[in-house]
Structure formats: C-alpha cells, structure tokens
Design a protein around this ligand. Structure first.
Ligand SMILES: NC(=O)CCC(=O)C(=O)O
Length: 290
C-alpha cells in the first residue's frame, strides 16, 4: 500500500532561498570505522568551505553489494553511522543528508537515507522505493531484492523556505516519484546514488536533466568515488538546475562538489514555462481510466 510521509523542520537563521551545498564524492572501503572517520573529516572540510547543507552517497559506510547489506546493517538511529552523522551535524551547525546505510528493522533490511538538522536531530528517513534489479548480459546483473525490502513512503523535509524530496539511486529512473515530489511543491530532489560503469555513461546525466526539466526542480546526486574492485561506481556527482543545466559535476575521483543554489530559480522557470497548470489532466485521466 502506498502511503505518504511528510516530515519537516525549519531553520530559523535561513530565511531566504539560497543554500551553499557540498556533495561529498568519497572513497569507500570495507572497514566501516575508517569510512565513518573519513566521512566525518570531509564533512568538517565542507563546513570550512562554507557548506550549509552537506550530502553523502549511497552506502557511504560500506561496500555496495547484496552480500554486504546484512553484515553492515544498523538499526536507525541506534548505530555508529547515525551517531557520526548526528554529532557532525550538531558540531558544525549544518544540515546533513546522510547518504544511505543498510538498515535493519525487525527481520528486514532496507537501503535507507537519513537527514539531520543543525541540532543533530534526525528529521527524515527514506527507504529506497525501487529496488535495483537489472540484468544486462555482458554488462551488469544486480538484484537488490535478494537482500532488501522496498520502502513505501515519499519523504520530504524543509530547510527554511526550501523543500526537498528524497530518492535513492535507481529511484531516479522513475519519473512518477519525481512528479509526486513536484506536486508536493519540492524545490530540490536529492538522490544519494551509485550508478555503474554500464549504465552510467549514457543514463546518469540524461536522467538527472530529464527529472530536473520535467519537474522544474534542482536535482542533486551524490556518488561514491570510483573504486577498483567489487561494484565499480560511475562517480560524476552532479548538480542540475530547473532548466536542465548541469551546474557542477565531479569526475570519477574523490572530490567535494560545492554549489551555491538559488532556489528562486524554480519559481522563475515555473512562471515562465508553466507546464504544470497547463497539463491536460482532463484528457490524461480519461485515457488512463478507460
Ligand atoms: N544503486 C543503484 O540503484 C544503481 C542504479 C543504476 O546503476 C542504474 O543504472 O539505474
């Protein structure tokens, strides 16, 4: 059953629609403690670089693969990864979109993103809704559903006047999810991700620009840096504006991508090209219900 969860908070000092964002494309290894220390150091560096909002990648604390989810799973918010994220957000007085970690809940595992406010409180939790099950002979075969359960909730949060919607990696392919977030008046969609070397070259940028243009929102994706063994991530962490313009991007190596985002650009584009009020839902709905 499809339900919708909306969580929000406000950040009293942030009353305009501008946010300096830092997307952390990090090297990730097999030792969780090392990954967490590294992420904490890079969050501190991003704060020094002026970031108000910092975001991490999918599985920033563990290797990405079905055989690893159980081993690295944590109870949210009880485990060491959430402790690091909460402490870092509080210490630096920033918001953190905590990438994803494998979550254990009852007897199930999820691929889960948490969001932390400047007091170190968890203000949102999103579980990957579309599991990454693909089979491309000679390319990549991956079946997240062998290990994970899917989430069923949309999750939004607010920083001041800016509203965010959350997705995770493969969710980027499902335009319905992005459109629902737009209908909830989101300004920016954030997808912690880890695309691969088969689909990444053609689909990664295209999908982000499509979601951004179709829904007149900013789209931020955060990948791990490309490693050499196991699942090889495409990298190319990216920020796209509501015109579909790529504002900032990384290459494949470790890097912090900074971007000063003016969310008022969403309002401008929506006024100039008002496709949402122009949609012929009277026609679409008639055809869909036939
Ligand atoms: N981690 C993922 O969901 C990967 C998605 C991906 O690579 C794709 O092509 O889609």
């Amino acid at each position: 059953m499809f339900t919708r969860l909306i969580q929000s908070t406000s950040f009293s000092t942030m009353v305009n629609r501008k946010i300096r964002t830092a997307l952390l494309q990090l090297n990730v290894g097999s030792d969780r403690e090392t990954n967490l220390k590294h992420a904490a150091n890079k969050i501190a560096e991003a704060k020094k670089g002026g970031a108000e909002l910092v975001a991490l990648s999918e599985c920033f604390n563990s290797p990405y693969g079905t055989k690893f989810f159980d081993q690295y799973a944590e109870i949210i918010p009880g485990g060491p990864s959430c402790a690091m994220l909460s402490n870092a957000a509080k210490e630096h007085g920033i918001y953190i979109v905590g990438g994803t970690i494998p979550e254990r809940c009852d007897s199930k595992l999820y691929n889960t993103c948490t969001v932390w406010n400047s007091n170190g409180e968890m203000i949102a939790k999103y579980r990957k809704m579309h599991l990454f099950d693909i089979d491309i002979p000679g390319g990549i075969t991956f079946k997240e559903s062998e290990a994970l359960s899917a989430g069923n909730n949309l999750v939004t949060f607010k920083i001041g006047d800016v509203k965010f919607g959350l997705g995770i990696c493969y969710d980027l392919r499902f335009e319905e999810l992005a459109k629902l977030y737009r209908q909830e008046n989101c300004d920016m969609l954030i997808y912690p991700a880890a695309f691969n070397m088969t689909t990444g070259p053609l689909h990664w940028e295209l999908l982000q620009r499509s979601r951004a243009v179709d829904n007149q929102v900013f789209v931020c994706t955060i990948s791990p840096a490309r490693g050499e063994k196991g699942y090889i991530a495409w990298g190319h962490t990216q920020v796209t504006n509501p015109w579909g313009k790529v504002l900032a991007t990384a290459n494949s190596k470790e890097e912090i991508v900074y971007c000063d985002l003016n969310l008022s650009e969403c309002d401008e584009v929506r006024q100039q090209i008002p496709v949402f009020p122009q949609r012929r839902t009277d026609i679409y709905n008639t055809i869909l219900t036939k």
